[in-house]
Design a protein around this ligand. Structure first.
Ligand SMILES: C[S@@+](CC[C@H](N)C(=O)[O-])C[C@H]1O[C@@H](n2cnc3c(N)ncnc32)[C@H](O)[C@@H]1O
Ligand SMILES: O=C(O)c1cccnc1
Length: 367
């Protein structure tokens, strides 16, 4: 997938007229939707995806086989697996003449198993989003509507401490965040590097702003050997927990104050969490750190113009509300035009968007 225009929207199908019982059923499903991510979190905490995958075997296993021998009641786990099979995470197989249900991972379920040497996967992202500290913010979502200029729900739930500062104060939360970002970024970076051929040509020093563990930078440098030096720039507490990477210098600091200079800047999933004014401030610091003609390569979700029921639209709109709840009420997914305008406000002369992946777009700003 590589294009300068976003993936086509699903044809706008008029919502079929539902009978009252069908409508009540649809609302019953929505009212209990929390069961899906929490069942997912539970099976990950229990190590189920890795046990089923078993190094690539992916043989259908029963709940009893997934639990320690002598477990008093495997039916509790089986109920979670049935729900997740109905949601496409597991495939269900009948065994023992239909008396036993067994479960293997689908393609969706396989995203929960690490595919890169870091050992991180989408399972870490699921765990990050459903840890107690983040879940506590959700019941306060309506307060973001009533007080849109006030603190975001996460800060309201944590005595005014915003999420990034909270991670810095809590070793476990910091570790979970690093793994979550790595787990989501690694498979995307493969797609980016396949589609953005020549994009880093002529770059000797590349700075990753908000680079977290440095996993993205490591992948870029493995594929583009002409980059001699990588600078992984993030908050001091974050780089302190990042693993050493050959050719990469971890630098702690604050992107609102100053950003290390380089031939080009990479920045992934940073702008979405900040307000328009904060984004302009970050982009201005990037502009200052680049030579004339230098590029900022940003990767961010771009919100679709149309509203439909496709998986892509739902994933993007749900993530927009996650950002509103966790990072900033006015931090948000933006349209391509909004990203272009942010670049102009910061002094960038050129802009283009490439759609190399259904979730993230590549936004290229040229000084
Ligand atoms: C959502 S994460 C994205 C991580 C990584 N770029 C990726 O996509 O895998 C945003 C990153 O921005 C970093 N960050 C937040 N505030 C920052 C600041 N003031 N200066 C530098 N980095 C910051 C966070 O610590 C975090 O690692
Ligand atoms: O964890 C997330 O979903 C996330 C992180 C940064 C920016 N937007 C979303």
């Amino acid at each position: 997938m590589s294009s300068s225009s976003p993936p086509a929207a699903e044809p706008a199908t008029a919502a079929p007229e539902m009978s009252p019982p069908e409508a009540r059923l649809a609302m019953m499903e929505l009212a209990n939707m929390i069961a899906v991510p929490m069942a997912l979190t539970a099976v990950i905490r229990l190590g189920v995806p890795a046990a089923v995958w078993a190094g690539g075997a992916n043989l259908p296993l029963s709940a009893a086989e997934l639990l320690p021998a002598g477990h008093p009641d495997p039916s509790v786990l089986e109920r979670l697996l049935r729900l997740l099979a109905s949601r496409g995470v597991f495939s269900e197989h009948a065994a023992d003449g239909g008396r036993e249900r067994r479960y293997a991972l689908t393609a969706v379920g396989r995203t929960l198993v690490p595919s890169a040497p870091s050992g991180a996967s989408y399972a870490d992202y699921v765990l990050q989003h459903h840890q107690d500290a983040l879940v506590l913010a959700w019941p306060r979502l309506h307060e973001a509507v009533l007080d849109p200029a006030g603190p975001e729900p996460f800060a309201r739930a944590h005595a005014g401490v915003p999420a990034y500062a909270y991670y810095g104060q809590d070793r476990d939360a910091n570790e979970v965040m690093l793994r979550a970002m790595t787990g989501v970024s690694e498979p995307f970076m493969e797609a980016l590097l396949d589609g953005y051929e020549g994009g880093f040509e002529g770059v000797g020093t590349l700075v990753d702003v908000g680079g977290s563990s440095g996993a993205c930078l490591e992948m870029i440098m493995r594929r583009v050997p002409t980059i001699r030096e990588g600078v992984n720039f993030d908050l001091p507490d974050v780089v302190a927990a990042a693993p050493p990477i050959a050719g990469v210098k971890h630098v702690g600091g604050d992107m609102f104050k100053s950003i290390p200079s380089g031939d080009a800047i990479f920045m992934k999933w940073v702008l979405t969490t900040w307000t328009n004014d904060e984004c302009t401030a970050i982009l201005k610091k990037c502009h200052d750190a680049l030579p004339d003609g230098g590029k900022l390569v940003a990767c961010e979700p771009v919100v679709p113009e149309t509203t439909d029921a496709s998986t892509r639209t739902r994933a993007l709109l749900e993530n927009d509300i996650f950002v509103m709840t966790t990072y900033r009420t006015q931090g948000r997914e933006r349209s391509e035009e909004e990203f272009r305008q942010l670049g102009i406000a910061a002094g960038f002369a050129g802009f283009r968007a490439l759609y190399l992946d259904p979730f993230y777009a590549l936004l290229e700003y040229v000084k």
